[in-house]
Design a protein around this ligand. Structure first.
Ligand SMILES: *[C@@H]1O[C@H](CO)[C@@H](O)[C@H](O)[C@H]1NC(C)=O
Ligand SMILES: *[C@@H]1O[C@H](CO)[C@@H](O)[C@H](O)[C@H]1NC(C)=O
Length: 243
């Protein structure tokens, strides 16, 4: 499925469905082999991780909105979106140009069912790692633009900081679940720095457009995945029944 460039993607709906699950009774075994004490530690870590991922997803949406509404960028962003929407092909191309596309988060029910707890954890780890450097550059480049409003810069800074915090929680969770998963495993690298720094405003704002687009999508995906993992940990198979 192809999320539109402005509508929140379908993960949001799944998240809503999922939140109902947390009201249910604990039903069955967990997807990993761990003692009650370890499970309780994991639950605490996931409690904090889901708070962070929720805040990040909200910030991703509000930063994107701000780019569209603030006079700093609104003309350029609206021109880009009109241009992109002239053809489905262009939208697809834009969507597929996000640097995290190779992480291959499952999009169908079948693929979700085939993906293990550990593989979902790796997807979250790789996505967070893949955004660490780009977010640092975003903050630097926005800070260097004197006309960049605080409302945008502050959100970029908050996302960067929370990305690091969430990464720490995920690394702690991984060290419990399977220490063999390494932090330095391959993750997609971002290569749009030249455009983000470009003196040519058209190029620079197109880079900001794509950055905020891909980031918002990924933050929603991360939020979904972290909540889904927490669900799997607490309720196991029931989590799949919502699909
Ligand atoms: C879970 O771990 C315990 C203790 O380490 C072990 O005895 C048991 O065989 C394990 N169960 C599974 C299903 O791996
Ligand atoms: C979760 O966050 C709270 C508040 O920041 C903190 O006190 C607590 O230690 C965190 N839990 C874990 C497991 O890190």
């Amino acid at each position: 499925m192809l999320p539109s460039l402005i509508q929140p993607c379908s993960w949001t709906l799944l998240l809503l469905l999922m939140s109902n699950l947390f009201l249910w009774e604990k039903v069955s075994s967990v997807p990993i082999n761990a003692s009650e004490a370890v499970l309780s530690d994991l639950k605490d870590l996931f409690d904090n991780a889901t708070v962070l991922s929720g805040e990040m997803a909200k910030l991703g949406v509000s930063m994107r909105k701000e780019f569209f509404m603030n006079s700093f960028s609104s003309d350029k962003f609206n021109k880009i979106i009109l241009d992109l929407h002239k053809s489905t092909e262009k939208i697809t191309q834009a969507f597929n140009s996000c640097h995290t596309v190779p992480i291959n988060v499952p999009e169908t029910v079948e693929d979700v069912r085939k993906t293990s707890f550990e593989d979902f954890l790796k997807m979250v780890l790789h996505t967070l790692l893949a955004w660490k450097e780009p977010l640092k550059h975003l903050v630097t480049e926005l800070s260097a633009l004197p006309e960049c409003p605080y409302r945008i810069l502050s959100k970029a800074k908050a996302i960067e900081a929370k990305n690091k915090d969430l990464l720490e929680y995920i690394i702690r969770i991984i060290s419990i679940v399977n220490p063999a998963i390494k932090e330095n495993e391959d993750y997609p690298t971002w290569s749009d720095l030249d455009s983000l720094k470009a003196a040519d405003k058209e190029t620079q704002f197109f880079a900001l457009y794509m950055f905020s687009f891909c980031l918002r999508l990924d933050l929603e995906t991360i939020d979904f995945l972290v909540n889904f993992l927490k669900c799997l940990l607490l309720y196991d198979d029931v989590c799949y029944s919502e699909f």
